[in-house]
Design a protein around this ligand. Structure first.
Ligand code: AMP
Length: 218
């Protein structure tokens, strides 16, 4: 089993890069944000619990997210390749992940940290639009759809995430600084961290990751 983590501030491009890596490497994409949004849409008990945290841009409790990821990993086998996007976000979650993998006789293969300046992050998030049907990401200037408000892939309607407003974005960036940045040292000390400049073209960023993956995990 291969378990690769994509780490980076909100807006660093984790979702977009993950889509490219799924196409190129055949990863199974595990996005806790997507899973939580899905639970909210379906009004499951977990969705109802998560909704208020997400609207504020705060983190959902560790045990909730770690539980859904653990369930997903258990469905894998020796040849599975998991790409974790948006998880872990705290040291507690990193520990819970390590334990879940250990129970399966596995460990984290590599951690890619997507780095870019804050002003680019804010621009990316405020301009981000997502397809309601298939989840494909667009940007009103950087990755515009062919027809405004309509998904290129499935013709579904595009929407703006309710937590992509300026105030919530500011809180999400603060939360990242306070809680998630501790993970950078955690994985660096384990020699698993690979820093990637994510300010440029997303295809180039994905290509860099694919090249590093083949040299680090074989
Ligand atoms: P994302 O789509 O990754 O930007 O996540 C959107 C929101 O979902 C976050 O602001 C959190 O409220 C929640 N969330 C996603 N992943 C996690 C996680 N690993 N731990 C806690 N909350 C999370």
């Amino acid at each position: 089993m291969q378990t690769v983590i994509l780490l980076g501030a909100p807006g660093a491009g984790k979702g977009t890069i993950a889509e490219l890596l799924v196409e190129q490497v055949g990863f199974t994409h595990v996005s806790t944000g997507d899973m939580l949004r899905d639970a909210i849409k379906k009004e499951t008990p977990m969705g109802l619990e998560a909704s208020a945290y997400m609207q504020r841009g705060d983190l959902v409790p560790d045990t909730v997210v770690a539980g859904i990821v653990a369930d997903r990993l258990k469905e894998g086998n020796e040849s599975s390749k998991f790409l974790l996007d948006g998880f872990p976000r705290t040291l507690e979650q990193a520990d819970l992940l390590a334990k879940s993998l250990e129970e399966l006789g596995e460990s984290v293969s590599a951690v890619f940290l997507l780095e870019l300046p804050v002003d680019i992050i804010v621009d990316r998030l405020t301009g981000r639009r997502i397809c309601k049907n298939c989840g494909t990401g667009f940007h009103i200037r950087n990755i515009p759809p062919k027809v405004e408000g309509v998904c290129d892939k499935c013709r579904g309607p595009l929407y703006q995430r309710p937590d992509d407003t300026e105030a919530t974005i500011r809180n999400r960036l603060e939360v990242f600084e306070k809680q998630t940045s501790a993970l950078i040292n955690y994985y660096d000390q384990k020699n698993l961290l690979i820093r990637i400049d994510s300010a440029g073209d997303r295809n180039a960023t994905a290509d860099t990751i694919v090249a590093k993956l083949s040299s680090t995990t074989g």
